[in-house]
Design a protein around this ligand. Structure first.
Ligand SMILES: C[S@@+](CC[C@H](N)C(=O)[O-])C[C@H]1O[C@@H](n2cnc3c(N)ncnc32)[C@H](O)[C@@H]1O
Length: 512
């Protein structure tokens, strides 16, 4: 069974609920102590508030906030596990001395990796800050490290430097030649040094770019995951953001857990994972705060009964039939009945009472306790007849039945609705039309973003080409022929709606 899952929530709470020594590798890229606007703008509202509160206390606050999280990370790591903490000049010295050395111990400090990149800078009073720091600590001296899949060509750095400008290339070529000589027996290349200059930042229009503002390059995570874990190991990213870590971990056949408190991060990561799924991809689950009514309501009945009884704190009936048609019982043996429907009527109460009577009489040593709960009925909603009968039973027969709506057990919401319109189409070349689509989602929770698949194939599922469209408006160039376009809308609870439209482009654009 794979553990692959995305979890919405504050990582502190989620880490606290995780078992000791269950994780092989942790990579974290927490918000830097930077006060940069995107960190405020790009979160959900909860994040905006906590961000402001948290950081208004300055460095001390930030370090205390991160400390308690890293403490939990240390606890969940296996003795052979390790952590890579990604940070930058804002807080790196504090993080190392006040968090990592204290929690992991100076003895377990392995590397300070400097990731260098270039990007335009317009500063005249200092040197442009163009590197990040990644601290690598082991949980113990027996941490896992492998150089098998991380070697780079000897001249890779020379190439990287030449690309950046001739400046110091001369020196570097000489350095590399010496090294090549020293390691000439090692034909696969060399282990990268602790400064990484061969991994560019995510480019503005690069393929990998999904639109998440602090997205890290896959090559960076590839190197970290390859050196510090094996296939099948569990990789955790408690600040998963746009999902780089889990996307790479999944491709490298690692198990993974990603946590983020932003709905947008969790949902964009889900789209990213869906997009790279293949025949042999392991399944994953997404844990949000709300459950979609339709998904629950039209789920397999037995699966639903089992799940909701457990959520309610009971034990479900493992047999599909038997036990007088009851679906489960509470720890004190009180019977539970589940109806996966709305507005259930009086007949359900009648049947339940007779089934529960037969069941109760079969329990050895049962004491009849006046006004104790006789049984629970769980359903999406209850009709007037059922409610009246339950009141009558209590009053006249002293039989207490509790009617429990599903949304009292788990938070349920309705998924967003969605409509798509073609708002413009222009022929741009002989056989090519540029078509503008406008999607409109509606949800009580508010709309988070839209994702677009202009080449939708039902068998492959939704594969977003555009992932983080805030406005619901896109233009696509489509050739003459038949096209299937799918749009997904995600609301602030992370619930989603999908709409698929078929188009015939041929002289005119026709919606079918
Ligand atoms: C710098 S980004 C991570 C980017 C990621 N490495 C990537 O490649 O896309 C930091 C993330 O931490 C999340 N975050 C901040 N505080 C959090 C908390 N307490 N629990 C969970 N996630 C949190 C933010 O929502 C944001 O997505």
């Amino acid at each position: 069974m794979s553990v692959n899952k995305l979890i919405l929530g504050d990582n502190l709470e989620i880490l606290k609920a995780m078992g000791n020594e269950t994780i092989d590798l942790i990579y974290l890229d927490p918000p830097f102590f930077s006060n940069r606007n995107y960190e405020v703008i790009w979160g959900d509202e909860g994040e905006v508030r906590s961000f402001q509160d948290r950081w208004s206390g300055g460095m001390e606050h930030y370090i205390a906030w991160l400390y308690e999280r890293v403490e939990q990370m240390h606890r969940v790591l296996k003795p052979t596990g390790s952590i890579f903490l990604h940070c930058d000049w804002h807080a790196q010295a504090y993080i190392r001395v006040q968090i990592l050395d204290r929690i992991f111990g100076l003895n377990n400090y392995i590397n300070e990796i400097i990731w260098c990149y270039t990007a335009p800078a317009n500063v005249k009073n200092r040197f442009p800050q163009k590197h990040d720091t990644i601290y690598f600590y082991g949980k113990s001296k027996t941490y896992f490290f492998s150089t098998d899949n991380i070697k780079i060509p000897y001249n890779q750095e020379t190439v990287a430097r030449t690309n950046r400008g001739a400046g110091d290339t001369g020196l570097k070529v000489k350095g590399d030649a010496e090294e090549r000589h020293k390691n000439r027996l090692d034909k696969d290349g060399k282990v990268p040094e602790d400064y990484w200059i061969d991994i560019p930042r995510i480019q503005g229009n690069g393929n990998e770019r999904i639109g998440y503002p602090t997205q890290k390059p896959e090559a960076l995570l590839q190197r970290i995951i390859a050196c510090a874990s094996n296939e099948g190991d569990v990789v955790l990213d408690p600040f998963v953001g746009g999902g780089t870590t889990v996307a790479v971990a999944d491709r490298l056949n690692r198990q993974w857990i990603g946590i983020d408190q932003s709905v947008q991060a969790v949902k964009v990561t889900e789209l990213r994972l869906d997009r790279q799924r293949g025949l042999f991809s392991a399944p994953f689950s997404v844990q949000l705060h709300k459950y979609d009514y339709d998904t629950l309501r039209y789920k397999d009945a037995f699966e639903f009964e089992t799940w909701i009884v457990q959520q309610f704190g009971g034990v479900s009936n493992t047999k599909q039939r038997g036990d007088f048609g009851l679906d489960g019982k509470m720890p004190d043996n009180t019977p539970v009945q589940v109806k996966r429907s709305d507005n259930i009527g009086r007949n359900v109460i009648d049947n339940f009472v007779s089934a529960a009577r037969r069941y109760n009489s079969g329990i050895a040593g049962e004491t009849s306790n006046d006004m104790a709960v006789f049984g629970y009925i769980i359903a999406f909603s209850f009709g007037k007849g059922a409610i009246q009968e339950v009141a009558r039973l209590k009053l006249e027969e002293k039989i207490v039945i509790e009617l429990v709506p599903v949304d009292k057990i788990v938070p349920v919401a309705k998924k967003p609705t969605l409509s798509i319109e073609i708002t413009q189409s222009v022929r741009t070349e002989k056989e090519v039309w540029e078509i503008e689509f406008t999607a409109k989602g509606e949800s009580a929770a508010g709309i988070e973003f839209y994702g677009w698949d202009f080449n939708y194939d039902a068998e492959k599922g939704f594969r977003a080409e555009i992932m983080l469209d805030k406005d619901g408006r896109q233009a696509a160039k489509l050739k003459a022929g038949l096209h299937t376009v799918a749009v997904k809308v995600v609301d602030n609870d992370g619930l989603e709606g999908v709409e698929v439209i078929k188009l015939k482009v041929n002289g005119t654009v026709e919606r079918k």
